[in-house]
Design a protein around this ligand. Sequence first.
Ligand SMILES: *Cc1c(COP(=O)(O)O)cnc(C)c1O
Length: 420
Amino acid sequence: MFNIDEKVSALCREAEKSVRPQFERIDEICKSNTMKVHRAFYNNRISEAHFSGTTGYGYSDRGRDDLDRVYADAFECEDALVRHSIVSGTHALCIALFGLLRPGKTLLSVTGKPYDTLDEIIGIAGKKGQGSLTDFGVKYRQVELKDGRIDTDAAIAAMDDTVSVVFIQRSKGYASDRRTLSSREIGEAAKAIKAKYPGTAVLVDNCYGEFVEEHEPVYYGADVIVGSLIKNPGGSIARGGGYMAGRADLIELISYRLTSPGIGREVGATLGQNLDMYRGFYMAPHITAQALKTSVFCAEVYRRLGFKVSPEPEETRSDIILTVTLGAESLLRAFCQGIQMGAPVDSYVTPEPWDMPGYQNKVIMAAGAFVQGASIELSADGPMREPYIAYVQGGITWESGYLGVMLSVQKLLSEGLIKI
Ligand SMILES: *Cc1c(COP(=O)(O)O)cnc(C)c1O
């Protein structure tokens, strides 16, 4: 029915065989994380009563308050805020940054320039007067990674007493030339920086990292992690939202920015979203494992076709993103169009590059998701710039991920862009 060339299906069958050992490792991590989530449900006595939503102010919403506890316990930290009303990962990061920074203080990124959508929050792009951190008198500087790792010496040298937030981005995001950092190395850098500057808070953009490893960065010493519920922790079931988790005193400060000073976490109607958020979190370790299998498989297939992939299929993972360097606009476009054909929703449409709010280049996005833009579902995107890299992530069942990857190869072959 898909007119898959025999050479394409043979390539995929062979690739699948050779990545089976990686699948075993993924399954082990999944079991360990599933146990942690399960234990968090048990310890917090989650029952049906948690799933009914409140309206209006949302006072005494037990579902909301205990979901915060479940996240905190599963992520092995003191406290968390999980809200469907956080519109995206960028919004969650924005709330956390404004919650922790004050005029005259400094934000120091130790992983180079943060993810594109943070530029306008910080005020290093976009128009003045939007209310960026810069507009509010927060200073910003950054330290580059060294050989793909946090340069702890340079980070400490760049510190002073005005630095109240040290920012670490775990995932490579749209920076193809960097590694994704492991939870452990993030925690170790955080501890080294805080040994000299105990007053600083280490904030981690944890997008795409949740449940990929056995522990999150807060377990190893980071102070706060932040992420999106249409990525890993929503388990493809949450309809939207974001979270922050970590040290209780910092989560309290963030809660005053989430709603308002004096009110904090006491309000916030859940409007019937609790069931999906609980169920999604319960499934998140498994769904993340499905995405990882899809990613490892895709890496193997495209490496066999001669493309540069990162990480390599056998590398240890710390996020669900795979980059495939396609090298030309036509290939990136065809690749994304092939992935789109493997989507459950909108599989008949053809993605084209467009200007997206918050991004500095045109971006092509393949996403046919049940939840709009959910990148825990199979998706591929890339900014239209050299060297035309596709960022591939998601896949809520490994079998559908397999299909999507196979269709992308078929599309490249049909357009005469590759030879097999
Ligand atoms: C997805 C992502 C974000 C936030 O993006 P949204 O589209 O706003 O959710 C931030 N940082 C990284 C590294 C990401 O992958």
